[in-house]
Design a protein around this ligand. Structure first.
Ligand code: SF4
Length: 152
């Protein structure tokens, strides 16, 4: 195919001397082709055009931080739900909980699998309580004498 680089141009190595390999490269095409370098390449080869696969980078993100690989939801006849998040690191990190209704189930999923949107936590907390003004001071009686008698 025209337009591809030669192995000499990209300093192709086989086997690779470093830790990166064609098998993990964005341009590798199984079983032995490269989209930008001509000829046959090996999965354990390498060249200076190596570019880590985007998929490999995505896998490193561990489900965007929560680490769950799948979620089971049991829908019960009374409207309640049991939600079970299975963690990719093993059952000791799993989470299982019951919710009385559909809203509770959705809240549980959001609480366990995502971070709040900016401002969401504050909005759920509600408005800050208004400051209570101090009690008004009672003015002393005029003239500084005793208060007038009551019930006269
Ligand atoms: S490292 Fe990537 S670009 Fe280089 S030969 Fe291998 S698959 Fe092609």
């Amino acid at each position: 195919m025209a337009g591809k680089l030669t192995k000499i141009e990209v300093r192709y190595e086989h086997p690779a001397k470093g830790v990166d390999h064609c098998a993990d490269c964005e341009y590798f095409s199984k079983p032995d082709r490269c989209r930008i370098v001509e000829g046959k390449v090996h999965s354990d080869g390498w060249c200076e055009k190596f570019e880590e696969k985007k998929m490999a980078e995505e896998k490193k993100k561990k489900h965007a931080g929560h680490g769950y690989k799948k979620t089971h939801i049991e829908h019960h006849a009374d409207g309640s739900h049991t939600t079970h998040h299975e963690h990719e690191d093993g059952p000791e990190h799993d989470k299982k909980y019951a919710s009385a209704d559909h809203d509770g189930m959705m809240d549980g999923i959001m609480d366990h699998t995502s971070a709040p949107n900016p401002g969401e936590a504050e909005a759920e907390a509600g408005p800050a309580p208004a400051a209570v003004p101090p009690p008004a001071a009672v003015p002393p009686p005029a003239g500084g004498g005793a208060p007038p008698p009551m019930g006269v």
